[in-house]
Design a binder for this molecule. Structure first.
Ligand code: DI6
Ligand code: FE
Length: 408
């Protein structure tokens, strides 16, 4: 019999493959890796006799899932907005604080003023916190520079953090996050700058994997976003959108029109908007942290998303203003408790559907032969424990590209 050489084999693990409709549980399973990809998986009883592993790991009855994917973060920034949080608890609104020069602009000043070393030092702990919860891929947006140099530095720091902390980083250019003070009441001129200079330059430097925009009354109009998306399309870059978070600005339909990878937030999206997302194959990214911290009362239309078959992802939205959150597991719980997802839907939202929201569905987010060997190992009794327990620290290991990368 011909031998089947593999680099590593995990036995004595329960698998939740997240491949197919639900958890995809394989009790007492085994999973083998070759050249950073999944070579084989199944029940241990079906392990091919001819398999010759260079290394065998005993999972000691733990659970192994796809590495978690946080598909929407603004994780690289400098400074703190704790005082604005306090102001809001004393009665000021998010919009009032923004109008008074705080909000995104406050973080912009702090980020512009921080050197690379400080930007990196302040951002790394946030990324480390995500890694302790089994995250193996994280999306990180720019959008706190709002001028060419600082936007580039944010994206470069994001890439560098990924390399030093053993996690895959996917970057999104979010120059259209807020209007910088230099362009006060000249929003269209700023959009010109984004389309003709910033995006092409950053793309040429290899810093951009996707393009995002904030479509909202206090940010950019649908027409302005469409121009940014046209510029992205000219460079063959995929797009995503902060859509209908605080009001129905037709964001879902706009995202669908450009076949966006994802439309994110969606609290105020209409039924027609949801139908358009379904037709375009766009993922709905739900962000319960922002909903919670804004004390929003309108929930995203989860029933309509289900009815129309729109895949739902869940993410931290890690940002200093509306979601200072570095716990993807807490988001799983909140997605269920606040938005009515089931635990299976929530877990799919940080694995297979999160991969889809990044255009990486064929590469990761599930346990299946040929996919990237990114895993999380858990000391739990059942996958629902990941959603249920608040403040637990169940992650006991991460595997990135087939190689163990213990939680920091
Ligand atoms: N994502 C964002 O980009 C804004 N809200 C959200 O959910 C605000 C970010 C900020 O206030 O810094
Ligand atoms: Fe966001």
């Amino acid at each position: 019999m011909q031998s089947m050489n593999v680099d590593a084999l995990w036995i004595n693990v329960h698998l939740a493959t997240l491949d197919g409709a639900g958890y995809g549980i394989i009790d007492d399973g085994a999973i083998a890796v070759r050249a950073g990809r999944i070579a084989w998986l199944g029940p241990r009883s079906a392990l091919p006799e001819e398999m010759v592993p260079a290394l065998t790991h005993d999972g000691r009855g733990r659970w192994l899932t796809p590495g978690l994917i946080d598909c929407h973060t603004h994780l690289v920034w400098a400074g703190s907005r704790a005082r604005e949080f306090e102001q809001r608890l004393n009665g000021a609104t998010y919009a009032e604080i923004a109008a008074a020069g705080g909000g995104i602009r406050a973080t912009m000043w702090a980020t512009r003023g921080a050197g690379d070393a400080r930007l990196r030092a302040q951002s790394a702990p946030r990324l480390r916190a995500l890694l302790t919860e089994g995250v193996t891929t994280v999306e990180i947006k720019s959008g706190y520079g709002l001028e060419p140099e600082t936007e580039a530095r944010q994206l470069a720091v994001a890439r560098a953090l990924g390399q030093s902390l053993r996690v895959h980083v996917v970057t999104s250019f979010l120059g259209a996050h807020a209007l910088p003070p230099e362009y006060e009441s000249r929003a269209d001129a700023y959009v010109d700058l984004l389309c003709t200079r910033m995006l092409p330059d950053l793309h040429a430097q290899g810093l951009v994997d996707a393009v995002d925009a904030y479509c909202e009354t206090l940010a950019f109009t649908a027409e302005q976003v469409a121009r940014v998306f046209d510029a992205a399309r000219a460079l063959r870059l995929p797009v995503k959108l902060h859509a209908d978070q605080l009001s129905d600005g037709g964001g879902a339909a706009l995202a669908a029109r450009y076949r966006a990878l994802s439309a994110d937030h969606l609290e105020y999206s209409s039924e027609a908007g949801i139908r358009a997302l379904a037709q375009a194959g766009t993922v709905a990214v739900l962000l319960p942290g922002a909903y919670y911290l804004l004390r929003e009362t309108r929930r995203p239309p989860v029933d309509a998303l289900r009815r129309h078959g729109v895949p739902m992802a869940v993410a931290t939205d890690c940002n200093p203003g509306t979601s200072p959150c570095t716990s993807i597991l807490l988001m799983l719980n909140m997605a269920c408790m606040l938005f009515g997802l089931t635990p299976e839907e929530a877990l799919a939202g940080v694995t297979r559907n999160a991969a889809r929201a990044l255009g990486l569905h064929g590469d990761r987010g599930r346990l299946a032969p040929g996919l990237r060997a990114d895993f999380a190992l858990w000391d739990i009794e059942h996958p629902a424990d990941l959603v249920y327990a608040l403040g637990a620290r169940p992650c006991v290991g991460r595997v990135v590209d087939g190689i163990s990368a213990d939680p920091p």
